[in-house]
Design a protein around this ligand. Structure first.
Ligand SMILES: *Cc1c(COP(=O)(O)O)cnc(C)c1O
Length: 375
């Protein structure tokens, strides 16, 4: 008789057992809660997008979706002035990032120590906190290199002098505009980095629709540069999980080999395609979010909070009085949920998603009440 298996956990690979999983923002179901913690768009998808999804939800759900999201690739190619062969669609840009690592990065166990650059996933830190998780999951070597103290992009000469940045890393990632700081980077400074970088460079433009500048054309001019985008944040479509990247056709071809066979669900494709027919609706929403963001920035600045400039749909703020962690709890008591990160560099700050003007009013009212009570 074989022995019964007592601990299946011990059969899990040690790398996975010790993995630090990504921590998503909470999605609590509390009535009346104002959710300013996960950078979702406060405005709903365009009515025509909701109609398209409803219309597609019928007996056809039994069929597999288009395996290559080809119609969506064609529409995105027209939007960006490139070929469909330059566009790759993923189950959210999270999947696009995971596929990029699979395409470019060797697991550390398969390369000798002197060639560790081939297994290195490098990123300017702080940034989107999924990158190290994806690198570790792949068995690659995560390599955070600090941004400037004010979250600025280090110049190429500063990166050369600092020696920490590897110009030939297997994959390098820049969140631009930066999350969680909100800081935007100019196309000119990004291009200087692209020109100096020898290995593949990903510009993660998840928030770029709220920014003054984008750098998408760099992916079409430089074969080693990839720009990732998502329908989640600016196009109010987190629920549907559709992201994409623009890249050299050879990179897209490689990405198509390593993705799941039906990686983008059918209703997601329908919703994303319909979204691209309603761009004026979304552009109005970008403008509204930006207006609310600037008002919130002025008003929170006016009560003495340090508010970093933002090119995104959130603000990184350093509150006065109680600590940022205490503010998280105090605001929660007023049914307002914001985000706090415990890492030392970010611990003095709160990250606040820009909602509607009514959300901003509620936040400012709560902040005012909490401050009066504390004084
Ligand atoms: C939200 C976010 C993503 C992921 O977007 P999905 O398309 O929803 O997977 C990628 N990068 C950054 C910086 C983000 O904030």
């Amino acid at each position: 008789m074989p022995q019964p298996i007592r601990s299946v956990a011990k059969l899990v690979r040690p790398m996975v057992r010790s993995l630090h999983a990504y921590v998503p923002g909470e999605q609590p179901k509390v009535r009346g809660l104002i959710k300013l913690n996960t950078n979702e768009n406060p405005y709903p998808p365009a009515p025509a997008v909701l109609r398209a999804v409803r219309k597609a939800a019928d007996a056809r759900l039994r069929l597999y979706p288009n395996p290559t999201s080809s119609a969506l690739r064609e529409k995105l190619a027209r939007l960006h002035g490139c070929q469909p062969s330059n566009v790759f669609i993923g189950n959210g840009s999270d999947e696009v990032l995971a596929c990029l690592i699979r395409v470019f990065v060797e697991p550390a166990s398969s390369v000798p120590a002197r060639k560790e650059n081939r297994a290195t996933v490098q990123y300017l830190w702080p940034c989107y906190s999924l990158y190290p998780v994806l690198a570790e999951t792949h068995g690659a070597l995560p390599r955070p290199v600090p941004l400037g103290a004010d979250f600025s992009l280090p110049t190429v000469s500063a990166l050369r002098k600092g020696r920490a940045w590897r110009f030939d890393a297997a994959l390098s990632l820049v969140t631009t505009p930066n999350a969680p700081s909100g800081r935007g980077y100019s196309r000119v400074e990004l291009e200087a980095l692209c020109e100096a970088q020898r290995g593949p460079l990903v510009l993660d433009e998840a928030y770029v629709d709220f920014a003054r500048e984008h750098a998408l054309d760099l992916a079409l001019r430089h074969p080693h540069v990839v720009v990732t985008r998502t329908f989640s944040k600016s196009y109010s479509l987190c629920f549907q999980r559709v992201g994409y990247c623009v890249a050299h056709a050879d990179v897209v071809e490689a990405l198509d080999k390593v993705r799941d066979s039906y990686n983008v669900n059918g209703l997601g494709q329908v919703a994303a395609e319909a979204t691209l027919d309603c761009l004026p609706y979304y552009r109005r929403n970008f403008a509204r979010v930006i207006r609310t963001r600037e008002r919130l920035r002025r008003e929170l600045g006016g009560i003495g909070w340090e508010v970093l400039p933002s090119d995104t749909n959130f603000l990184l703020v350093r509150p006065s009085g109680p600590s940022a962690q205490e503010w998280l709890g105090l605001l929660r008591d007023h049914k307002i949920l914001v985000r706090w990160f415990s890492t030392p560099q970010l611990a003095p700050y709160l990250r606040i998603t820009v909602g509607t003007d009514a959300d901003a009013d509620a936040l400012l009212r709560a902040v005012g009440m909490i401050r009066r009570r504390a004084s």
